[in-house]
Design a protein around this ligand. Structure first.
Ligand SMILES: Nc1ncnc2c1ncn2[C@@H]1O[C@H](COP(=O)(O)OP(=O)(O)OP(=O)(O)O)[C@@H](O)[C@H]1O
Ligand SMILES: [Mg+2]
Length: 217
């Protein structure tokens, strides 16, 4: 882990900006080549020497650790390494994101559902599952952006919060499926993602508090 990858020295492959980090602790994301391999770099180096640098390093380390755990899995990009602690290099996934795709077959969602089940079985939740974080490459869905992902230690029994995070991943997936294929969740899927009473209670209490807070502000 924490392999230092030499920056690409291939002049013929200039970096192409995929997304400029504008909000707090958002990385610049660009496509480049690392050691001759097409790569994507998530780059937080603008935080070097600032008070936010330790947090940015932590984000890089966490995402790298998750990608390392998932190495060899076709539904996540391979980790290529970290660069100076503030940037992360990973395999470039050619294709389109789900949000850019014109039409997506139901079989992509079948694979995605299976992939998500496997991810959860490995104790990992993605926690930011939306169209721009799923690339479809040659008909295979590939999850990207594991910045918010969480891995529960294997020895820990499944915690209600982890269960809630899994439900929330699945809920996001079903929403994307409905939007892109028109297929509504089946009765058993709807039951699987329904909030338990304690979550509904916490949510309602939060809404009440927030409304009152806004009323006084
Ligand atoms: N390995 C990859 N291969 C191809 N494209 C990628 C890869 N990783 C990221 N991208 C593209 O770059 C975009 C931004 O990357 P990423 O989602 O990791 O950053 P982010 O700052 O967390 O973005 P957001 O806040 O929009 O989710 C992705 O939505 C995706 O389109
Ligand atoms: Mg993203």
């Amino acid at each position: 882990m924490n392999t230092i990858v030499a920056p690409c020295v291939d002049d013929t492959a200039p970096a192409e900006l995929l997304k400029r980090g504008e909000r707090l602790l958002e990385p610049d994301v660009y496509r480049t080549c690392l050691n001759g391999q097409p790569a994507v770099v998530k780059d937080y180096t603008r935080y070097r020497g600032t008070p936010l640098s330790p947090i940015a390093r932590l984000l890089v380390r966490r995402e790298a650790r998750i990608l390392q755990r998932l190495s060899g899995w076709k539904h996540a990009p391979a980790l290529l390494g970290t660069i100076g602690g503030l940037a992360l290099g990973m395999e470039f996934i050619p294709g389109q994101s789900l949000s850019a795709a014109q039409s997506v077959g139901i079989e992509v969602f079948e694979q995605l559902q299976y992939a998500l089940t496997r991810l959860h079985a490995a104790g990992i939740t993605h926690n930011d599952l939306h169209g721009t974080n799923v690339m479809v490459s040659g008909g295979v869905p590939v999850l990207v952006d594991f910045t918010s992902a969480w891995r529960s230690p294997r020895w820990l029994p499944v915690h209600p919060v982890s269960r809630q995070l899994r439900r929330s991943d699945m809920k996001n997936l079903l929403k994307m499926r409905q939007r892109l294929t028109g297929e509504r969740p089946s009765a058993s899927e709807a039951a699987q993602v329904a909030d338990p009473r304690w979550v509904a209670g916490v949510r309602a209490a939060w809404k009440r508090f927030y409304r009152r807070f806004k009323g006084h502000a």
